[in-house]
Structure formats: C-alpha cells, structure tokens
Design a protein around this ligand. Structure first.
Ligand SMILES: [Zn+2]
Length: 219
C-alpha cells in the first residue's frame, strides 16, 4: 500500500472515531508500519479529526530516536505502538481510541473477551484479548501491560484489547480493519449495557459459543 493511501486511511479512522464520540478532539492515536519506510505515528496533542497524512511523524520502529527532527512530538503512546507492531505477523496499523461503550462496559465490570465469545458473529472476525487494568496513560506500565495482553498468552494474538478506565488498542492490516474491530466490539458492549449487567452471563450459552469460536479461530 502506498504511504499516502495508508496514512489517509489512518486519518480517516481517527476522524470517524471522533464523529462517533469515541475520542474528544485531541485524544486517540494511530500508527502505520510501512515496509522499508519505518513506523509513522500521529503527533501528540493535535486535533485528531483534522489530521492530515503530512502530519504523521516517521520514527524508528524499535528505538527512542525519531528519523527526522519533527515539528511536533510523536504520540505519548509511542512505545505502546512499537511493542504491538513488533509482534504483528505483517506490517499494519495500530489504532488507539476511547470507544465509549467499551470503556463503559469495562467500568461496569464486564470482561470483554468473555462477552465477545457470547456473540459468535463477533468472535468469528475479531479476537478479543484479556483486559488491561487501569494504568496511567502514556506510562511505561501501560505499554508493557498492553504488550502482554496481546502477546503473553498461548493462543493467537488478539485483534483488540480493552484498557480499563481508558479505551482500546486494535490492530489490522490497515486502519480500516483496525477500525472495524473497534466498531464490532463497541457494538456488543452497547448491546450488553442496554441489556443490563445481569443478563451478561447466560449459563451454557457462553460454553457453546466459545466452542464455535475456538473452532473458527483455529480453522
Ligand atoms: Zn488514550
């Protein structure tokens, strides 16, 4: 994928996230790893709904140094983005937003992975990882805990994990794919919240759905 096209897709993902209320204007961040061209990440503190491809900052994929002297600072979640890209099987996109219903569901005590397994049409396309506990935004602890949520388990790495009292981190081959994982998870969180917390665990249903999903993931 051409750089301009990939970065435009990343801009679109943040603009659409803003339009859905998943981020307030300066929240959220996105990065794209481009073969032979390094890692490109959104800058810190700018209005994300107005982000343009030329605003992205090229950084080395694995060190603290930026490739060129930027006019702006890269996102404060740069290390988190680096960790997640490092474990991906192919170059792609990492998207971080504060998807409203996901954050609300976490706040209500819903475990996202278990919830997703009750919705086979979600589990079929989107693997949800273990929830990351509440940790300070942009901290080294948050970056490391998110890395573990993606890669410490024995199963295939998830497409998305929730960050308690904060948001989500999603991955995809491109920004659109990452956005769709957020959209899918946010949708079932909205449904679950509408149903009320007591409806969330249905004996037997979770087991049946889990079996089908496991089959799908390994098929
Ligand atoms: Zn955030």
């Amino acid at each position: 994928m051409q750089r301009q096209q990939a970065l435009q897709g990343a801009c679109d993902a943040l603009r659409r996230s803003y339009e859905r209320g998943w981020i307030s204007t300066r929240d959220g961040n996105v990065s794209v790893l481009l073969p032979g061209q390094g890692l490109w990440i959104s800058p810190s503190g700018v209005r994300k709904q107005a982000l343009q491809p030329e605003d992205f900052i090229p950084v080395a994929a694995a060190s603290a140094a930026t490739l060129a002297a930027p006019r702006r600072q890269p996102s404060g979640e740069l290390d988190l983005h680096r960790y997640i890209h490092a474990g991906m099987p192919a170059p792609g996109c990492v998207l971080h937003v504060h998807a409203t219903h996901v954050v609300a569901a976490l706040f209500a005590g819903i475990r996202l992975r278990e919830l997703a397994l009750q919705f086979p049409e979600v589990a079929r396309y989107t693997r949800v990882g273990p929830d990351v506990p509440a940790l300070a935004a942009t901290s080294a602890e948050l970056a490391e805990a998110t890395r573990q949520a993606f890669y410490a388990g024995p199963a295939l790495a998830p497409h998305i994990v929730g960050l308690a009292q904060h948001g989500v981190v999603a991955v995809g081959r491109d920004a659109q794919e990452a956005f769709e994982h957020v959209e899918r998870l946010n949708h079932i969180c909205e449904i679950a919240l509408l149903a009320g917390a007591r409806a969330l665990v249905v004996p037997g249903l979770a087991t049946a759905a889990t079996g089908a999903a496991e089959e799908e993931l390994h098929g």
